[in-house]
Each structure stands twice: as structure tokens, then as C-alpha cells.
Ligand binder design. Structure first.
Ligand code: DAH
Length: 332
């Protein structure tokens, strides 16, 4: 019985939950002291047995009670220590996050918007859910045009879709403003695409200039875009290649000399020394007709914000720009 009494003192001195459990097993476990004492009862008889059994039960009750309160005390201490270790002091100054330029995509977008609005272009945002005719038909892309395929475009019911480019902002501008018009349409666009250089959502900038007949020509377009590219990329060479877009005639694609290898040849420019950066052209007469304009001339251009960001930040997997990993974003 003396050993049992000692156990009650011992339990008070236990310092953590693991030791407390060891002690509990030493007493109440299958081979525990108390368990053995209880089974030894069968060797006793009569009054002696009753008395011993009472003593053991009283001790068991005491042990269970002391154990429970010790356990609670240790659990509280453990929780307190854990909370103290995790405590955040919201008044502390943050030493790791310095001032920032923001996300590379927002930074690029803001730079482009600032540039063109300073040149007198009015900013349009347009709507992301577009009518099919604004996204395609009125831009001279009739029903059989491959871009209208379900594979490429996110369609809704009732001839509505998620705009696949910012070019519909051209039509809205021409329908709501009188020439001279000078606008950029900026914002998200959507296509069913996903690989290292394509994501289902991406952003474009559309430019449109419309004035009375013969006032605007390809030479103006060339000047405006070359000025922009020199401002944006610094001392690069600019190359114009004739191309095709349904909504412009003539149409061109514009390349800059590779910003990664100075035209020595590298993986990014596929050893050509040139990087394609935008599409442009003079507004097709059919587009003016659909927008209800007569005796006007104009040019348009379109560029991808992600593409320009990848080129300025040296990123080869576009998807990394959409992961909110601060360590990666801090690297730009
Ligand atoms: N809408 C075209 C696209 O998504 C980009 C574009 C090319 C816009 C030429 C234009 C243009 O206005 O003239 O790929």
C-alpha cells in the first residue's frame, strides 16, 4: 500500500503528457501495480478481502481523479506553449516585403495603358461576355471562320460567348463615337488553350484610330507602333511582315530583334533573331460597313499583355504568372 501512496505523490511531479501516460500504464495497465493488486484479491478471504478491496477501490478513485486533473493541467500548459510559439505581433514592421511594382502582368498592362493614353488614346474596357456577331461577324469573320470553332471559343446560349480577343471593342467604339476616334480596348480575353505559352484567360490591348476618308494611312500606323516598341523595349530593331487578319487590309505582323540574344540566335527566337510582338493593319472596309461608318479611314492593332510580359521578364512558362507564389513574383 505504501507503493501505491508513493504513486500519488509521483503523479504530481510528472512534467509532460508522455510521462503521465507511462505512469498511468504502470498503475492501471494490464500488468499495472493496481491491476495486479486487484487480481491478488482472489487469494484472500472474508473480512480481510473486503477491507483490502475497499482500500484498493479508494486508491483507484484517488488515482483516477489526480490523473485527470494532472492531465488537464499538462494539456493546458502544452496548448499555451504552442500558442505562444505561434503568436503573431501585428504591430511589428514587416522586414521581408519591401515596396513592390505589383504583379508583372499588372505592371506591363499599366505601362501600356499609360503610354497610349498619353498619346491621346481613350481607354475602353468593353464587356467580357460578348455577342457572337461583335466578336466575329462584324469583324469580317463569317460563320465558316475556323476561330469560331467550339474547340477555340467558350460559348454560352443565345449566341453569346466569352470574347476571344479585344477586337470587338473596336466595333463598340465605332458605333458609339463619331470620328475622329482614337481608342485602346484593354482587358481579359478567353480561349480554350493551355500550355507553356497559352492560358484560357489572357489579356490583350486593341488599338483603333479612325478619321475621315484618307486622313489615316498605314504610314501613321507604322510610326505609332514603332514609337511604342522603342519606348517599351528600348533600342530594338523593328521588322514588318505582311500577314492576314480578316478585319484589316492590308495586314501586317510586327517583330522586334530578339531581346535575349541580340540576334545571335537562341531558343526563344527559335534561332531567327526575331520575336513576333503584335498584329496590325488598316481597318477593312467591311468592318466599317458593319459598324455603320462611311467615308472614313483607319488603322487597328492588337497585342498580348502576357506575351510582352514574358519577353520583358524572361519567363518561358506563362502559367507561372498565374500562380500566386510570392517567392517567384519577388524575383521579377
Ligand atoms: N484580334 C487579333 C488576335 O486576337 C489581334 C489583332 C491583330 C488585332 C491585328 C488587330 C489587328 O486589331 O489589326 O489575335
Amino acid at each position: 500500500m505504501q507503493t501505491l501512496k508513493n504513486l500519488l505523490t509521483q503523479i504530481q511531479e510528472v512534467g509532460d503528457l508522455k510521462d503521465l501516460e507511462t505512469l498511468r500504464l504502470q498503475v492501471l495497465g494490464k500488468k499495472g501495480v493496481l491491476t495486479q493488486e486487484f487480481s491478488a484479491l482472489k487469494k484472500l478471504e472474508g473480512k480481510e478481502k473486503t477491507q483490502k478491496a475497499q482500500e484498493l477501490n479508494t486508491f483507484k478513485e484517488a488515482f483516477v481523479r489526480v490523473h485527470a486533473s494532472k492531465k488537464k493541467e499538462l494539456q493546458d500548459l502544452e496548448l499555451e506553449a504552442k500558442l505562444r510559439a505561434q503568436a503573431i505581433d501585428p504591430t511589428l514592421a514587416n522586414s521581408t516585403l519591401g515596396s513592390s511594382l505589383g504583379h508583372p502582368l499588372s505592371y506591363t498592362k499599366d505601362r501600356i495603358i499609360t503610354y497610349f493614353t498619353q498619346q491621346g488614346f481613350k481607354l475602353h474596357v468593353g464587356t467580357l461576355v460578348e455577342e457572337e456577331r461583335y466578336n466575329f461577324d462584324m469583324l469580317n469573320m463569317p460563320g465558316y471562320h475556323p476561330a469560331r470553332d467550339m474547340q477555340d471559343t467558350f460559348y454560352f446560349k443565345d449566341h453569346k460567348l466569352l470574347r476571344t480577343h479585344t477586337s470587338p471593342t473596336q466595333i463598340h467604339a465605332m458605333q458609339t463615337q463619331k470620328p475622329p476616334i482614337k481608342m485602346i480596348g484593354v482587358g481579359p480575353t478567353f480561349r480554350r488553350d493551355y500550355d507553356t505559352t497559352h492560358t484560357p484567360m489572357f489579356s490583350q490591348v486593341e488599338g483603333l484610330v479612325v478619321d475621315h476618308a484618307q486622313k489615316v494611312h498605314f504610314g501613321h500606323l507604322k510610326q505609332v507602333l514603332e514609337d511604342f516598341l522603342h519606348d517599351f523595349f528600348g533600342g530594338v530593331k523593328v521588322r514588318w511582315r505582311s500577314s492576314f487578319f480578316p478585319f484589316t487590309e492590308p495586314s501586317a505582323e510586327v517583330d522586334i530583334s530578339c531581346v535575349f540574344c541580340a540576334q545571335e540566335g537562341c531558343k526563344v527566337c527559335k534561332h531567327t533573331g526575331w520575336l513576333e510582338v503584335l498584329g496590325a493593319g488598316c481597318v477593312h472596309p467591311a468592318v466599317f460597313k458593319h459598324a455603320g461608318l462611311e467615308n472614313v479611314s483607319g488603322y487597328a492593332f492588337g497585342l498580348g499583355i502576357e506575351r510582352l510580359t514574358m519577353l520583358t521578364c524572361g519567363i518561358n512558362d506563362l502559367r507561372s504568372l498565374f500562380e500566386t507564389d510570392l517567392r517567384l513574383l519577388e524575383g521579377f
